[in-house]
Design a protein around this ligand. Structure first.
Ligand code: BDR
Ligand code: CA
Length: 317
């Protein structure tokens, strides 16, 4: 049996999600992962849009038959929340969108995840959630036995040493569905978290953007244009040097863990307080003595990350 990472991305595309999905298709073409499927969730834009966007992105990658499953259309308990101010009305900024060729699978994402993990060997599937955690929480709540098959849940969400990007206390994915985030963290599954603490260190500088734009294929310049419209928000609102590549950090960490560093600690998500809803409490110093439930990533070799991103995009059409 191949010891390649077997990856499923759960996503709400989203412009940085698009970069993460394209990176995963490139990594698969480079022979570095088995990219099994995409499941979609409501988040940056409503579910119908995130699902159509995921299928369009697969077309861009030349993967017109790739399995895409639509999942939750709203958070577990909270009202839906979208981020058109960051990602544009369609979720993919100014990109020209076509009617997708890549089909939508008939099964709902949650039973698909449950069936797939139940059929899989122990510790054999890496889940990479890069949107609100609604689908993954439902899978773990409905079928706790699926934890057996999880090699790692490498997710983008949360913040602790860095201020929130949705409220002063909370990051978007965790704020959107804090209850789902807390379910995932308490599930007993191995979890690696890529919070704003690290993704704000992986910004798209002009030379990095130019490296994508100069690629002699369609996807390099297209992704550069997408990221150019995406970065406006973070530069204007937060004064960052460029757009943070939140979601590609999660895919990259699953495949190239040596590029990242952090610590194992107890992480909980606030689900009660209006003031701090979705905030992470990270026991970085092990003050409580509780057993760690996650690896909290704080450092990245951003140059290497961008080299891997560019190499993965370069192999696409
Ligand atoms: C996260 O929120 C979304 O807008 C991005 O796609 C990313 O997953 C960053 O807070
Ligand atoms: Ca996302």
């Amino acid at each position: 049996m191949s010891d390649k990472i077997r990856l499923i991305i759960d996503t709400d595309p989203g412009q940085d999600d698009a970069a993460a999905i394209l990176m995963a298709h490139g990594l698969a073409k480079r022979g570095l992962i088995d990219f099994l499927a995409i499941t979609t969730v409501a988040g940056n834009v409503p579910l119908a849009r995130t699902t159509e966007n995921a299928r369009i992105i697969c077309d861009w990658a030349g993967e017109t038959g790739f399995p895409v499953y639509a999942g939750a259309d709203k958070p577990l308990l909270r009202p839906p929340l979208t981020a058109e101010a960051v990602h544009g009305q369609t979720g993919l900024g100014d990109a020209v969108l076509h009617a997708p060729v890549c089909p939508l699978q008939p099964q709902h994402a949650v039973p698909f995840l449950i069936d797939t993990l139940r059929r899989a060997g122990d510790n054999s599937i890496t889940l990479c959630p890069i949107g609100p955690l609604t689908n993954i929480a439902q899978m773990l709540a409905l079928a706790p036995d699926t934890v057996r098959a999880v090699k790692n849940i490498v997710l983008m969400g949360g913040s602790y040493f860095e201020a929130g990007n949705m409220t002063p206390a909370a990051e978007f994915n965790f704020y959107c569905d804090p209850h789902a985030a807390q379910i995932v963290l308490q599930s007993g599954a191995p979890v690696t978290i890529l919070p704003l603490d690290v993704t704000h260190k992986a910004v798209i500088t002009t030379p990095r953007m130019d490296a994508l734009r100069r690629l002699p294929n369609a996807n390099g310049p297209r992704l550069a244009a997408l990221l150019q419209s995406y970065e406006r928000y973070d530069i204007q609102k937060f004064g960052l040097e460029g757009g943070p590549l939140h979601d590609p950090c999660a895919v990259a960490c699953a495949v190239f863990p040596e590029l990242f560093n952090g610590g194992h600690c107890r992480v909980d998500v606030e689900t009660q307080s209006n003031l701090t809803l979705g905030a992470c409490v990270v026991d970085w110093r092990n003050i409580t003595g509780q057993t760690p439930n996650a690896r909290w990533i704080t450092k990245v070799d951003a140059d290497r990350l961008f080299e891997e991103l560019a190499e993965s995009i370069a192999i696409l059409p």
